[in-house]
Design a protein around this ligand. Sequence first.
Ligand code: BGC
Length: 749
Amino acid sequence: MFKNNCLKFILLSLSFICLNVSAQKDIDTKVQKLLKKMTLEEKIGQMVQLNGFWDFTGPAPKDGDGAKWKYDALKSGKVGSVLNVRGVKNVRQLQEMVVNESRLGIPLIFGFDVIHGHKTVFPIPLAESASWDLDAMENAARIAAIEASAEGLNWTFAPMVDISRDARWGRVMEGAGEDPYLASEVAKARVKGFQGKDLSDDNTLAACAKHFVGYGFAESGKDYNAVDVGTSTLYNVLLPPFQACIDANVRTFMNAFNTLNGIPATGDDFLQRDILKGKWNFDGFVVSDWGSISEMQAHGFAKDLKDAGIIAANAGCDMDMESYAYVGHLKEAVEEGTVAEALIDDAAARILKVKFELGLFDDPYKYCDTKKEKELLYHPDHKKAALDMAKKSIVLLKNEGNLLPLDKKQKNIAIIGALADEDNSPLGNWRLGTDNNTAVSFLEGFKKYTDNYSYEKGVDIFLKAEDFLHEVEVNNTDKSGIDAAVALAKKSEVVIMVLGEHGYQSGEGRSRANLDLPGLQKKMLKEVYKVNKNIILVLMNGRPLTIDWEAENIPAILETWQLGTESGNAIAETLFGDNIPGGKLTMTFPRTEGQVPIYYNYLNTGRPGPIDLVFWSHYTDETNAPLYPFGYGLSYTDFAYDNMKVVNNGNNIQVSVNVKNTGNYDGSEVVQLYIRDKVASVSRPVKELKGFEKIFLKKGENKTVNFTLTEKELGFYNNRGDFVVEPGDFDVMVGTSSLEGLSDSFEWK
Ligand code: BGC
């Protein structure tokens, strides 16, 4: 019976692989056939992507985004893609124009930043990653794709898989944190979610691994800044999540704004040709970041826009997003021989291939169904999934004296903080697809449980300009709300302070040099603390904050990030114990900005200390330890680890541990496995995550969790970029965070 089933499975898999190979061959043949019919200008046209914030229904304005030349370019097949056009009516209209009026009728591919949900907004990706729940993250991306494709879109610029160790960088909100192993798993889940089972289905989006590569290592955390990394970090930390996307068959890549070791990533042939399209054999296409080809002039790498276009095309950047370098100069470059026509053919073929895979040639309007659009956007099932994801993303940082969960009959509660009344900020920064003010605010969620509360806004954290394009202005002077907040706290039994960053304070261009609670919030918190110490701090933020005073003094702290559409409901359920928090940080929280960059998988140095003398690797005015480490997060219940076993099978290592729920609630735990390769030809980190499992245990229940370590987990990339597995001694630790666990060791022969 078992044998029969095995045979069936193998035959089925083989026939699936054969079908796939033949479908791919079929597509390649079609692409080559089409390519032969195309003029040079039409091929270059496929490599051009234009922004679509223009009213193409009415008469074309004379300049700006609505310039007439754009219409002419679209109609004459000189544009392969647009971004920021969505809605079935708009997409259909533009697609019809291009398909009907251009000579070969090649459909456009419509791109958009579908980052964490679309209409229904999910938690910011950093928050989602704190769930360590890969199925939930895949499902979140799936739903985002269902909604976005119902609006006519077929390509998302996600997932962002940049690793970052620097919370000053505003885009940490868009990634999966600091660890390459976890980020790789998350990357695969998100790609699968967006692309679905078969890209040609009508509810899929081609995904895009971005930003290739190094963007999250911007020097001093300042967005767009130069990146300098050594080979070991490049191969072992930055590249793996991108390679994981390839494993998940991601169809597109986006290069990056930054220079990597002096070369702008957009013009780097080592990255795009040698690694991505060479070593990794990537057969999809690479799009530039917004204007990043043109920016190579400012980098001092290209002398003019034409030069920039030549460099980018030669380096392997297949599509130009909004630099106008390809549409303006590439034909001339080919004619004069500075770009080989074979490279144009290759780029156009890659783009056409993805369009074929999406099924756009079979039916350019397959994503244009108004009935579906009406039915699927904000679908109640999507909200349910967003609530589930939001609940899983919450991290309990502190809970002294079990202040949480709140008793549902608790009287006399004070709620303080402008963010408590926000139905916009919890949507985060990347929510271009949704409507403003569509999140359930903290207060709305809370009200569903009790009306035994009073609310004071306290200090304003923003004065104006709360939008995507402008910076949020922080109130650093108007203290007028503090008195009322203090007065309310004085007469209340419990105070819930809802503080943090506005959704628009993290994200692109939102680097911060100070990681404190912005504005006067901390001052207000300290004033309130003077009259009432029974405080639950609910944090809403897009990045780790330096909350050392809060961690020292405030008894309960709940990290709720920006949780999306269902934010208020998820938080209320958690405060009142209908959701037991189980999230774990995926980015280290520093005590002070001076510790940044800070991360758990650092190298030991030659002087790890501590020793009595000053000559070891440390600060004289601050400890080395983070405030909260990677992998950290509490629960309302407790988990005990014991009976760790390590069995060396020669070709793999089996590690098992028993985990018991010893507390008073059913709850989930993320069991984490870390290794340390003690001696290697390249120094290895003091700890590296190499496995995790999220388990759910009823109170009193226990479970044995098993891990298998193979060459894949035990090896690393040497400085030539080769993956090597070296014999020697390893430490292994299994536990509840990167800091705490049971440990053992083994020898790999
Ligand atoms: C961002 C990309 C984004 C693109 C298109 C750029 O500014 O860096 O991540 O996909 O804009 O909106």
